[in-house]
Design a protein around this ligand. Sequence first.
Ligand code: GTR
Length: 417
Amino acid sequence: MIILLLLIGTALSAQPPGFNYDEAKVPKYTLPDPLVMADGTPVKDETMWRKQRRPEILGLFAEQVYGHTPKTRLKLRTETLEIDKGSHGGLATRKQVRVWFGPAADAPFMDLLIYLPNGVKGRVPAFLGLNFGGNHTTQPDTEIRVTKSWVRSKVNNFQASEKDRGAEASLWPIDMILKRGYAVITAYYGDIEPDFDDGYKNGVQPLFYKPGQTRPEANEWGSLGEWAWGLSRALDVLEKEKAIDSSKVVLHGHSRLGKAALWAGAQDERFAIVISNDSGEGGAALARRRFGETTARINTSFPHWFDGNFKQYNDKEDSMPVDQHMLLALIAPRPLYVNSAVEDAWADPRGEFLGALGADPVYRLLGMPGLLVNEHPAVEKPSLDGTIGYHIRNGKHDVTSYDWTQWMNFADRHFKK
Ligand code: GTR
C-alpha cells in the first residue's frame, strides 16, 4: 500500500525541472474570444451561443484536442454484484454494479461502486467521479471487488492486489459526504481504458473500430475521451437507479481525471454540476500561459491522452483555435467549480483560475452570475456564490476533505439543500 501511495504520489506531485514556474516569465498571450465566432462574427445573444458558437467550440475541441467521441450507442448490460444495506456503520447502502459495454459475453466492463445514504426521504443528489487505483483503493472495506484491469503500479506487475485496499481513502471521505445527504459513485478509470500507450488495443476504443481499423484516426478520441465516455455511461446507469436524482449528479475529477470530467461535462449536458480538481494542462489551466506543464510535454509523456491532431500544437499554443477557458464555457449555464492547490505549480493554479475567469463572459451572456471575483482569491478563501466557484487551498496536488467541503457547500447552494 505504501509503495502504491508512493507511486501515485510521485506521479501526481512531480514538479519537473526545466519548466517555467516564474510568473514574470509568462510570455504575453491573447486568448481567443469565446463570444466571437471563428469567422469574426460576434455572438450577440443566447440563441446564437446555443445554436452556433457552442457547437463550433465543441467541434473544435473534438477535432483538435480530445478527438471525436463515437456516436454509435452500445447496448449496456448491468448486473448487480452485491448489495449491503448496512455499510459504513449503517450510514449507507453499498451496491456494486457491473456495467458491460455491449451484448457480447466477453465485452469489457466497468464496476460501479455506489453508496446511497440511508434514511433520506426521496431521491438524493450524487457525486460521481472516477478513481485512479481501483474501487477497492477508495475504502478499506474488504467487500469491494478488486479490479482485474491493468493498474498503474508496477509492484505487482500492473495487477491490483489486496494490499492496495483503502490506499486512496483520503481522497474519498465517504462518511462525511453521506452525512450531508449525497450518494457517492465511483468507477475505476482503468476499467474503461488502461492508462498507457498501448497502441489503443485495450479499453473501449476497439469496440468502435470500423472493419480493418486498428487505431483511432487523427481526429478520433484518445484516452481522455474514453474516460469521459465512461462517465456518461455511468450516468446512463444512474438514470435507472431509483434512489438517485439523476438531474442532480455532480461530476468531479482530480488531475487527469479532472480533464476527463471537464470533457465529459462539456459533451454531456445531463451532468448538473462539473468540478475540476487540480486538472491543470489540458484541463482548466490556460495552455497559452506557459507555466508549469506544457502542451509539448503532456503530448510527449502521455501521447495516448489527446487526439493525433493535438500534437501539432506542441510549442505552438498560440495557434490553437481554442484555449481551456472555452472548454469551461461549454459547461455554462450549469454550475462549474474549479479548484487548485498552492504547491501544485505543475498544474498552474493561477492559469486554472484564469481559465474559470475566461469562461465568465459566457455565463453572463446566458444571464448567470458567473465568477464573482476578478482577482485570484487568497488561499482558502473560496468564492462559492457565483455559478462558477473557485478555491485554492494549502498543500499539494491531491483531493482533501477541505476540497470536498467546498464542493458540497457549492452544490448545496445550487440544489437549494
Ligand atoms: C501528471 C501530468 C498532469 C496530471 C497528473 C495526473 O504527470 O503531467 O497533467 O494529469 O499527472 O493526472 O496525475
